[in-house]
Design a protein. Sequence first.
Lengths: 191, 269
Amino acid sequence: MSGIDAEHNEIIFEIEVANLLHSMTTTNDNFVHLKLVRKDVDLQPVRMWNMFNPPNIGSPSVSVYMPTLKTLQKMITSIKIMGAKHELRANTKGELKMDAVLEQAKINVYINDLSNLTTTVATGTSGNTNEAPAQFHVVRLNLKQFHNFFNLIPYTFNKILMRIFDNRVVNFIINEADCQLIFYMGGLNVD
Amino acid sequence: MADDRDHMMYIAKENAKEIHQVLKSMKFKEYCTFKACRDGIQFVVDDHNFQQANAYLKTEIFSELDVRVDEVRLRVPMNILAECFNVFSGASTALRLTYDGPGEPLVVSLEDEGIVFKCSIMCQNPQHHHKMYDFEWKNENVLAKVILKPNKAKEIVRDLDKTSPTVRITVTDGHISFLTDGELGKIKSMIPAHSDQVEHMEACRERVTFSYRYNLIHRMETAFLASSKISLRIDNRGVMSTQFLIPRTDSKNIFIEFFTIAEVEWDDG
Protein backbone atom coordinates (compact mmCIF):
# COMPACT_ATOMS: atom_id res chain seq x y z
CA MET A 1 0.00 0.00 0.00
CA SER A 2 1.50 3.38 -0.94
CA GLY A 3 2.52 5.59 1.96
CA ILE A 4 3.42 2.68 4.21
CA ASP A 5 6.96 1.41 4.73
CA ALA A 6 6.95 -1.77 6.78
CA GLU A 7 10.75 -1.96 6.73
CA HIS A 8 11.16 1.38 8.57
CA ASN A 9 7.84 1.14 10.36
CA GLU A 10 6.73 4.48 9.00
CA ILE A 11 3.57 5.89 7.49
CA ILE A 12 3.67 9.26 5.73
CA PHE A 13 0.37 10.92 5.02
CA GLU A 14 -0.93 14.34 4.13
CA ILE A 15 -3.78 16.03 5.95
CA GLU A 16 -5.32 19.49 5.76
CA VAL A 17 -3.83 21.63 8.52
CA ALA A 18 -7.09 23.47 9.18
CA ASN A 19 -8.90 20.20 9.86
CA LEU A 20 -6.18 18.95 12.18
CA LEU A 21 -6.09 22.22 14.10
CA HIS A 22 -9.83 22.32 14.42
CA SER A 23 -10.01 18.82 15.80
CA MET A 24 -7.30 19.62 18.38
CA THR A 25 -8.88 22.79 19.63
CA THR A 26 -12.40 21.45 20.05
CA THR A 27 -11.38 19.00 22.75
CA ASN A 28 -10.73 19.72 26.40
CA ASP A 29 -8.86 16.46 26.89
CA ASN A 30 -5.09 16.32 27.44
CA PHE A 31 -4.72 13.30 25.19
CA VAL A 32 -5.83 12.94 21.61
CA HIS A 33 -6.27 9.59 19.98
CA LEU A 34 -5.57 9.51 16.28
CA LYS A 35 -7.04 6.84 14.09
CA LEU A 36 -5.87 6.76 10.50
CA VAL A 37 -8.61 5.97 8.05
CA ARG A 38 -7.51 5.93 4.47
CA LYS A 39 -10.38 8.03 3.17
CA ASP A 40 -9.57 10.92 5.60
CA VAL A 41 -5.89 11.23 4.74
CA ASP A 42 -3.77 11.12 1.60
CA LEU A 43 -1.06 8.50 1.90
CA GLN A 44 2.14 9.70 0.26
CA PRO A 45 3.84 7.23 -2.07
CA VAL A 46 7.32 6.13 -1.04
CA ARG A 47 8.93 7.71 -4.11
CA MET A 48 7.96 11.14 -2.74
CA TRP A 49 9.29 10.58 0.78
CA ASN A 50 12.61 12.30 0.11
CA MET A 51 10.72 15.55 -0.16
CA PHE A 52 9.88 15.32 3.53
CA ASN A 53 13.38 14.67 4.86
CA PRO A 54 15.11 17.51 6.68
CA PRO A 55 17.40 19.36 4.25
CA ASN A 56 21.03 18.28 4.23
CA ILE A 57 22.77 21.55 4.96
CA GLY A 58 25.88 20.55 6.87
CA SER A 59 26.93 21.68 10.32
CA PRO A 60 25.81 24.98 11.78
CA SER A 61 28.25 27.88 12.01
CA VAL A 62 26.80 28.90 15.33
CA SER A 63 24.21 27.53 17.76
CA VAL A 64 22.81 29.67 20.53
CA TYR A 65 19.74 29.59 22.73
CA MET A 66 17.40 32.48 22.09
CA PRO A 67 16.29 34.90 24.84
CA THR A 68 13.00 34.34 26.67
CA LEU A 69 10.12 33.79 24.32
CA LYS A 70 7.80 36.43 25.75
CA THR A 71 10.40 39.17 25.34
CA LEU A 72 11.29 37.96 21.86
CA GLN A 73 7.71 37.75 20.63
CA LYS A 74 6.90 41.28 21.73
CA MET A 75 10.02 42.72 20.20
CA ILE A 76 9.61 40.94 16.87
CA THR A 77 5.96 41.99 16.70
CA SER A 78 6.91 45.63 17.27
CA ILE A 79 9.63 45.51 14.63
CA LYS A 80 7.22 43.90 12.18
CA ILE A 81 4.60 46.60 12.85
CA MET A 82 7.21 49.20 11.96
CA GLY A 83 7.59 47.44 8.60
CA ALA A 84 11.19 46.30 8.51
CA LYS A 85 13.49 43.82 6.79
CA HIS A 86 15.41 41.72 9.27
CA GLU A 87 18.91 40.44 9.75
CA LEU A 88 20.14 38.09 12.44
CA ARG A 89 23.77 37.85 13.50
CA ALA A 90 25.14 35.54 16.14
CA ASN A 91 28.61 34.59 17.29
CA THR A 92 30.10 31.85 19.40
CA LYS A 93 30.60 34.20 22.34
CA GLY A 94 26.87 34.02 23.05
CA GLU A 95 26.12 37.38 21.47
CA LEU A 96 23.14 37.94 19.22
CA LYS A 97 22.40 40.98 17.13
CA MET A 98 19.18 41.64 15.28
CA ASP A 99 19.26 44.45 12.76
CA ALA A 100 16.30 45.72 10.83
CA VAL A 101 16.05 48.39 8.16
CA LEU A 102 13.07 50.59 7.45
CA GLU A 103 12.61 53.42 5.00
CA GLN A 104 12.96 56.05 7.75
CA ALA A 105 14.81 54.26 10.50
CA LYS A 106 17.18 51.47 11.39
CA ILE A 107 16.95 49.20 14.36
CA ASN A 108 19.75 47.45 16.23
CA VAL A 109 19.13 44.95 18.99
CA TYR A 110 21.98 43.54 21.04
CA ILE A 111 21.70 40.56 23.35
CA ASN A 112 24.55 38.89 25.13
CA ASP A 113 25.19 36.17 27.61
CA LEU A 114 23.25 33.58 25.63
CA SER A 115 23.92 29.90 26.15
CA ASN A 116 26.12 28.82 23.30
CA LEU A 117 26.17 25.28 21.92
CA THR A 118 28.54 25.83 19.02
CA THR A 119 31.31 23.18 18.98
CA THR A 120 34.94 24.28 18.70
CA VAL A 121 35.13 22.53 15.35
CA ALA A 122 32.24 24.21 13.58
CA THR A 123 33.51 23.81 10.07
CA GLY A 124 30.35 23.41 7.97
CA THR A 125 31.03 24.29 4.39
CA SER A 126 33.21 27.24 5.30
CA GLY A 127 35.95 24.94 6.54
CA ASN A 128 37.23 27.63 8.85
CA THR A 129 38.60 26.13 12.04
CA ASN A 130 40.48 29.30 12.96
CA GLU A 131 37.43 31.47 13.27
CA ALA A 132 37.45 34.00 16.10
CA PRO A 133 34.65 33.58 18.64
CA ALA A 134 33.67 37.21 18.16
CA GLN A 135 33.04 36.77 14.43
CA PHE A 136 29.37 37.09 13.64
CA HIS A 137 27.52 34.74 11.32
CA VAL A 138 24.73 36.45 9.49
CA VAL A 139 21.45 35.39 7.97
CA ARG A 140 18.91 37.77 6.43
CA LEU A 141 15.33 36.73 7.04
CA ASN A 142 11.83 37.41 5.83
CA LEU A 143 10.42 39.21 8.85
CA LYS A 144 6.87 38.09 8.23
CA GLN A 145 7.85 34.40 8.29
CA PHE A 146 10.10 34.99 11.29
CA HIS A 147 7.28 36.73 13.12
CA ASN A 148 4.67 34.13 12.14
CA PHE A 149 6.77 31.31 13.54
CA PHE A 150 7.62 32.96 16.84
CA ASN A 151 4.14 34.28 17.34
CA LEU A 152 2.65 30.84 17.29
CA ILE A 153 4.89 29.27 19.91
CA PRO A 154 3.18 28.92 23.30
CA TYR A 155 5.03 30.41 26.27
CA THR A 156 5.43 26.93 27.74
CA PHE A 157 8.05 26.23 25.05
CA ASN A 158 10.73 28.51 26.36
CA LYS A 159 14.06 27.07 25.27
CA ILE A 160 14.59 27.70 21.57
CA LEU A 161 17.89 26.81 19.95
CA MET A 162 18.88 28.83 16.91
CA ARG A 163 21.45 27.49 14.45
CA ILE A 164 22.83 29.54 11.59
CA PHE A 165 24.22 27.57 8.66
CA ASP A 166 26.95 29.34 6.82
CA ASN A 167 24.87 32.51 6.27
CA ARG A 168 22.31 30.63 4.12
CA VAL A 169 19.79 28.97 6.36
CA VAL A 170 18.69 29.27 9.95
CA ASN A 171 16.80 26.71 11.91
CA PHE A 172 15.09 26.85 15.25
CA ILE A 173 14.76 23.76 17.42
CA ILE A 174 12.43 23.35 20.35
CA ASN A 175 12.83 20.19 22.41
CA GLU A 176 10.03 19.19 24.70
CA ALA A 177 9.58 15.98 26.67
CA ASP A 178 7.63 14.14 24.00
CA CYS A 179 8.28 16.02 20.80
CA GLN A 180 10.72 18.10 18.86
CA LEU A 181 9.82 21.01 16.63
CA ILE A 182 12.31 22.07 13.96
CA PHE A 183 11.67 25.08 11.77
CA TYR A 184 13.90 25.84 8.79
CA MET A 185 14.06 29.26 7.20
CA GLY A 186 16.04 30.03 4.11
CA GLY A 187 17.95 33.28 4.17
CA LEU A 188 17.23 36.06 1.69
CA ASN A 189 19.91 36.85 -0.87
CA VAL A 190 22.32 39.52 0.28
CA ASP A 191 22.03 42.61 -1.97
CA MET B 1 23.87 51.57 28.59
CA ALA B 2 27.22 53.13 27.70
CA ASP B 3 26.72 56.62 26.34
CA ASP B 4 29.16 59.50 25.98
CA ARG B 5 26.48 62.06 26.98
CA ASP B 6 27.88 64.57 24.52
CA HIS B 7 24.67 65.21 22.60
CA MET B 8 22.61 68.22 21.64
CA MET B 9 19.79 66.52 23.47
CA TYR B 10 20.04 63.75 26.08
CA ILE B 11 16.95 62.52 27.90
CA ALA B 12 16.78 59.54 30.26
CA LYS B 13 13.80 57.95 31.95
CA GLU B 14 13.00 54.78 33.85
CA ASN B 15 9.73 53.14 32.81
CA ALA B 16 9.47 53.87 29.12
CA LYS B 17 6.06 52.18 28.99
CA GLU B 18 4.32 55.40 30.09
CA ILE B 19 5.38 57.12 26.89
CA HIS B 20 3.88 54.32 24.82
CA GLN B 21 0.56 54.87 26.58
CA VAL B 22 0.70 58.57 25.71
CA LEU B 23 1.60 58.06 22.06
CA LYS B 24 -0.99 55.31 21.63
CA SER B 25 -3.64 57.81 22.72
CA MET B 26 -2.77 60.29 19.97
CA LYS B 27 -1.73 58.08 17.10
CA PHE B 28 -4.18 59.38 14.48
CA LYS B 29 -1.80 60.80 11.89
CA GLU B 30 1.32 59.53 10.18
CA TYR B 31 3.66 62.08 11.74
CA CYS B 32 3.98 63.81 15.04
CA THR B 33 6.03 66.84 16.04
CA PHE B 34 8.44 66.19 18.85
CA LYS B 35 9.57 69.21 20.84
CA ALA B 36 12.17 69.26 23.61
CA CYS B 37 13.39 72.13 25.74
CA ARG B 38 14.66 72.51 29.27
CA ASP B 39 11.08 72.46 30.61
CA GLY B 40 10.36 69.02 29.22
CA ILE B 41 9.12 67.40 26.03
CA GLN B 42 5.96 67.67 24.00
CA PHE B 43 4.39 65.52 21.32
CA VAL B 44 1.96 67.22 18.92
CA VAL B 45 -0.26 65.50 16.35
CA ASP B 46 -2.26 67.74 14.05
CA ASP B 47 -4.61 66.98 11.16
CA HIS B 48 -4.28 70.61 9.99
CA ASN B 49 -8.04 70.98 9.74
CA PHE B 50 -10.11 70.07 12.74
CA GLN B 51 -8.07 68.58 15.53
CA GLN B 52 -4.78 68.75 17.36
CA ALA B 53 -3.48 66.61 20.20
CA ASN B 54 -0.71 67.66 22.57
CA ALA B 55 1.04 65.64 25.24
CA TYR B 56 3.19 67.36 27.82
CA LEU B 57 5.87 65.57 29.82
CA LYS B 58 7.63 67.90 32.20
CA THR B 59 11.30 67.73 33.20
CA GLU B 60 10.45 66.26 36.62
CA ILE B 61 9.23 63.06 34.98
CA PHE B 62 12.67 62.27 33.62
CA SER B 63 15.73 61.10 35.52
CA GLU B 64 17.84 63.31 33.23
CA LEU B 65 16.99 65.97 30.71
CA ASP B 66 19.78 67.93 29.03
CA VAL B 67 18.86 70.09 26.04
CA ARG B 68 21.72 72.32 24.93
CA VAL B 69 19.74 74.51 22.53
CA ASP B 70 16.60 76.59 23.10
CA GLU B 71 14.42 73.96 21.47
CA VAL B 72 14.71 70.74 19.52
CA ARG B 73 11.82 70.35 17.09
CA LEU B 74 11.49 67.31 14.84
CA ARG B 75 8.84 65.75 12.62
CA VAL B 76 8.86 62.05 13.46
CA PRO B 77 7.02 59.09 11.87
CA MET B 78 4.43 58.21 14.48
CA ASN B 79 4.11 54.48 13.85
CA ILE B 80 7.83 53.88 14.36
CA LEU B 81 8.12 56.19 17.36
CA ALA B 82 5.12 54.72 19.20
CA GLU B 83 6.16 51.13 18.49
CA CYS B 84 9.67 51.73 19.87
CA PHE B 85 8.18 52.29 23.31
CA ASN B 86 6.15 49.10 23.00
CA VAL B 87 9.08 46.77 22.32
CA PHE B 88 9.38 45.60 25.92
CA SER B 89 6.46 44.75 28.16
CA GLY B 90 8.05 45.43 31.56
CA ALA B 91 7.73 48.56 33.65
CA SER B 92 11.47 48.58 34.30
CA THR B 93 12.50 49.46 30.74
CA ALA B 94 15.16 52.18 30.79
CA LEU B 95 14.95 54.81 28.05
CA ARG B 96 17.52 57.09 26.46
CA LEU B 97 16.55 59.68 23.82
CA THR B 98 19.41 61.44 22.06
CA TYR B 99 19.76 63.85 19.16
CA ASP B 100 22.86 65.43 17.69
CA GLY B 101 21.52 68.11 15.41
CA PRO B 102 20.16 68.63 11.86
CA GLY B 103 20.80 65.67 9.58
CA GLU B 104 21.25 63.31 12.50
CA PRO B 105 18.67 60.75 13.60
CA LEU B 106 16.59 60.83 16.75
CA VAL B 107 17.93 57.79 18.60
CA VAL B 108 15.60 55.89 20.90
CA SER B 109 17.47 53.36 23.07
CA LEU B 110 15.75 50.99 25.44
CA GLU B 111 17.17 48.38 27.75
CA ASP B 112 15.37 45.65 29.59
CA GLU B 113 16.89 42.61 31.30
CA GLY B 114 20.16 42.93 29.46
CA ILE B 115 18.65 43.34 25.99
CA VAL B 116 19.47 46.61 24.26
CA PHE B 117 17.12 47.91 21.57
CA LYS B 118 18.18 50.95 19.56
CA CYS B 119 16.17 52.68 16.87
CA SER B 120 17.70 55.53 14.85
CA ILE B 121 14.85 57.49 13.26
CA MET B 122 15.47 59.91 10.39
CA CYS B 123 13.30 62.94 11.07
CA GLN B 124 12.17 65.93 9.07
CA ASN B 125 12.24 69.61 9.84
CA PRO B 126 8.65 70.46 10.79
CA GLN B 127 8.98 73.99 9.45
CA HIS B 128 9.22 72.61 5.94
CA HIS B 129 5.73 71.20 6.30
CA HIS B 130 2.41 72.54 7.48
CA LYS B 131 2.59 75.08 10.26
CA MET B 132 1.15 74.04 13.58
CA TYR B 133 -2.32 75.50 14.06
CA ASP B 134 -2.65 77.93 16.94
CA PHE B 135 -6.12 77.57 18.40
CA GLU B 136 -5.76 80.91 20.27
CA TRP B 137 -7.40 79.41 23.29
CA LYS B 138 -8.41 81.97 25.94
CA ASN B 139 -9.84 80.91 29.27
CA GLU B 140 -12.06 83.98 29.43
CA ASN B 141 -13.96 82.74 26.35
CA VAL B 142 -14.89 79.40 27.93
CA LEU B 143 -18.66 78.87 27.97
CA ALA B 144 -18.78 75.41 29.53
CA LYS B 145 -16.51 73.43 31.79
CA VAL B 146 -16.97 69.86 32.98
CA ILE B 147 -14.57 67.69 35.02
CA LEU B 148 -15.40 64.01 34.97
CA LYS B 149 -14.19 60.69 36.23
CA PRO B 150 -13.59 58.43 33.23
CA ASN B 151 -15.75 55.39 34.10
CA LYS B 152 -19.01 56.46 32.49
CA ALA B 153 -17.56 58.87 29.94
CA LYS B 154 -15.35 56.24 28.33
CA GLU B 155 -18.30 53.85 27.96
CA ILE B 156 -20.35 56.59 26.34
CA VAL B 157 -17.61 57.46 23.87
CA ARG B 158 -16.96 53.79 23.12
CA ASP B 159 -20.64 53.09 22.46
CA LEU B 160 -21.40 56.12 20.26
CA ASP B 161 -23.29 55.21 17.10
CA LYS B 162 -20.64 54.91 14.37
CA THR B 163 -23.18 55.61 11.65
CA SER B 164 -23.88 59.11 12.96
CA PRO B 165 -21.80 61.72 11.10
CA THR B 166 -21.70 64.00 14.14
CA VAL B 167 -21.96 63.96 17.93
CA ARG B 168 -23.80 66.88 19.50
CA ILE B 169 -22.38 67.70 22.93
CA THR B 170 -24.62 69.76 25.20
CA VAL B 171 -23.67 71.18 28.58
CA THR B 172 -26.02 72.84 31.05
CA ASP B 173 -25.65 73.38 34.78
CA GLY B 174 -27.63 70.17 35.21
CA HIS B 175 -26.09 67.69 32.80
CA ILE B 176 -23.75 66.88 29.93
CA SER B 177 -25.19 64.91 27.03
CA PHE B 178 -23.94 63.26 23.83
CA LEU B 179 -26.47 62.99 20.99
CA THR B 180 -26.04 60.97 17.82
CA ASP B 181 -28.40 60.64 14.85
CA GLY B 182 -27.51 57.67 12.66
CA GLU B 183 -29.02 54.48 11.27
CA LEU B 184 -30.10 53.47 14.76
CA GLY B 185 -32.05 56.70 15.17
CA LYS B 186 -31.44 59.45 17.71
CA ILE B 187 -29.54 58.24 20.77
CA LYS B 188 -28.76 60.49 23.72
CA SER B 189 -26.40 59.58 26.56
CA MET B 190 -26.45 61.83 29.57
CA ILE B 191 -24.47 62.30 32.78
CA PRO B 192 -26.35 64.42 35.34
CA ALA B 193 -24.47 67.02 37.41
CA HIS B 194 -25.30 65.20 40.64
CA SER B 195 -23.67 61.95 39.41
CA ASP B 196 -20.62 60.77 41.38
CA GLN B 197 -18.82 60.78 38.00
CA VAL B 198 -18.98 64.57 37.90
CA GLU B 199 -16.49 66.67 39.88
CA HIS B 200 -17.44 69.98 38.31
CA MET B 201 -20.08 71.15 35.84
CA GLU B 202 -20.63 74.74 34.78
CA ALA B 203 -22.24 76.47 31.82
CA CYS B 204 -22.17 80.24 31.29
CA ARG B 205 -25.32 80.11 29.21
CA GLU B 206 -28.50 78.19 29.89
CA ARG B 207 -27.40 75.65 27.29
CA VAL B 208 -24.06 75.30 25.48
CA THR B 209 -24.33 72.97 22.51
CA PHE B 210 -22.06 72.23 19.54
CA SER B 211 -21.70 69.37 17.06
CA TYR B 212 -18.42 67.60 16.34
CA ARG B 213 -17.64 65.06 13.65
CA TYR B 214 -17.94 61.52 14.98
CA ASN B 215 -14.44 60.51 13.83
CA LEU B 216 -12.88 63.38 15.80
CA ILE B 217 -14.54 62.21 19.02
CA HIS B 218 -13.64 58.61 18.19
CA ARG B 219 -9.95 59.57 17.92
CA MET B 220 -10.03 60.39 21.63
CA GLU B 221 -11.38 56.99 22.67
CA THR B 222 -7.97 55.57 23.63
CA ALA B 223 -7.25 58.66 25.72
CA PHE B 224 -10.62 58.27 27.47
CA LEU B 225 -9.71 54.66 28.30
CA ALA B 226 -6.24 55.55 29.60
CA SER B 227 -7.12 58.54 31.76
CA SER B 228 -8.03 58.89 35.41
CA LYS B 229 -9.71 62.27 35.03
CA ILE B 230 -11.10 64.29 32.11
CA SER B 231 -11.60 68.03 31.77
CA LEU B 232 -13.83 69.16 28.94
CA ARG B 233 -14.15 72.87 28.06
CA ILE B 234 -15.93 74.55 25.16
CA ASP B 235 -15.34 78.16 24.16
CA ASN B 236 -17.58 80.68 22.40
CA ARG B 237 -16.36 79.50 18.97
CA GLY B 238 -17.25 75.88 19.72
CA VAL B 239 -13.60 74.86 20.05
CA MET B 240 -13.49 72.03 22.56
CA SER B 241 -10.47 71.44 24.76
CA THR B 242 -10.40 67.96 26.25
CA GLN B 243 -7.65 67.29 28.78
CA PHE B 244 -6.84 63.76 29.90
CA LEU B 245 -4.87 63.10 33.05
CA ILE B 246 -2.77 59.96 32.62
CA PRO B 247 -2.28 58.25 35.98
CA ARG B 248 1.23 57.59 37.30
CA THR B 249 2.57 55.99 40.45
CA ASP B 250 3.90 59.32 41.73
CA SER B 251 2.20 62.69 41.74
CA LYS B 252 4.01 64.04 38.69
CA ASN B 253 1.31 64.16 36.04
CA ILE B 254 1.20 63.63 32.33
CA PHE B 255 -1.51 65.45 30.38
CA ILE B 256 -2.84 64.90 26.91
CA GLU B 257 -4.92 67.73 25.49
CA PHE B 258 -7.07 67.60 22.35
CA PHE B 259 -8.39 70.72 20.62
CA THR B 260 -11.36 69.96 18.39
CA ILE B 261 -13.20 72.36 16.09
CA ALA B 262 -17.00 72.25 16.03
CA GLU B 263 -19.03 71.34 12.98
CA VAL B 264 -22.15 73.44 13.40
CA GLU B 265 -23.24 75.93 16.05
CA TRP B 266 -26.72 75.44 17.45
CA ASP B 267 -28.68 78.52 18.56
CA ASP B 268 -30.32 78.58 21.91
CA GLY B 269 -33.58 79.69 20.34
